[in-house]
Design a protein around this ligand. Sequence first.
Ligand SMILES: C[S@@+](CC[C@H](N)C(=O)[O-])C[C@H]1O[C@@H](n2cnc3c(N)ncnc32)[C@H](O)[C@@H]1O
Length: 280
Amino acid sequence: MKFGATRLRSILPTQLKKPAAHAAFLEPLGFDYAVSSRHLRCLNKSGSKLYEIEFREGPPVGGLALAELVNPKADSTRIVDLGTGNGIIAIAMAAKGCASVFAVDVSDRDCKLALKNVRRNHKEHAIDVLRGDFASPLMSGAFDIIVANPPQLPTKVTMPDIQNFAGPTGYEAIDKIISQSEACLTSEGELWLYVLGFLGVERPTGSLPSLFERLRMFGFHPHVERNLRRRHSQDINIQKALPLIQDLYPMSDIARNFPKVGYYEAFVIRASRLVGEESR
Ligand SMILES: C[S@@+](CC[C@H](N)C(=O)[O-])C[C@H]1O[C@@H](n2cnc3c(N)ncnc32)[C@H](O)[C@@H]1O
């Protein structure tokens, strides 16, 4: 397999001839990355390999943000990655030393790919790949961290591509994860989400409740961990969802600016169960 010496800020999309001019995020993240058309390698600060994954439809940019920003407090921290896809988040957690990770996906194809990547990184001892509807295969009350980069684009299609599209409002998967997480986390547990800004994160961008309102309804104390600007380049899925986004979220950046402005906002959110954590 051939890797280009390409940094994270220049990985999307791989077929571009001048990758440096087409960054995934406008802000740099921490680690370095090398990417080929099907594989991504994460390098730590000293340049040695932290993990390496195979992906299907373009580098997993949202997953990368969570993989970098979520840091298990101890090797014994119990982590769940909901909607694991290629397994990048789960594998990053294990690579950071976490010994107890559950990676869940509803798609058989994604579970197989996640398992292949777990084996590629020799993390079988730390990661269990489970097939199921988000947290449904898990026991309640036992986890310290739940992480998810859920499908979140709105669609009216009855059998949507569940990689990216959630349902009529875009909030369907997020709402399910929030309600399931309440029962699965310890009293000090945290839910981490990668969420696109058009949905209305701190404040509504239309008539639907914001993400923070939804989290607070279930007793979470949400906090913006990172506000990222993601280049849209030629985002086909956003284009497909645009009429619904404009209808449901008229005040959002995508409804107002796409495609004139070359990026849209994305957020990494940490929602704690502990009172007083909101403004940390
Ligand atoms: C945006 S992708 C994220 C993949 C990966 N975690 C990442 O960050 O790159 C969303 C993932 O959620 C999975 N998914 C969608 N609906 C699900 C459900 N009801 N239960 C579990 N996984 C689901 C999809 O199969 C897909 O792998």
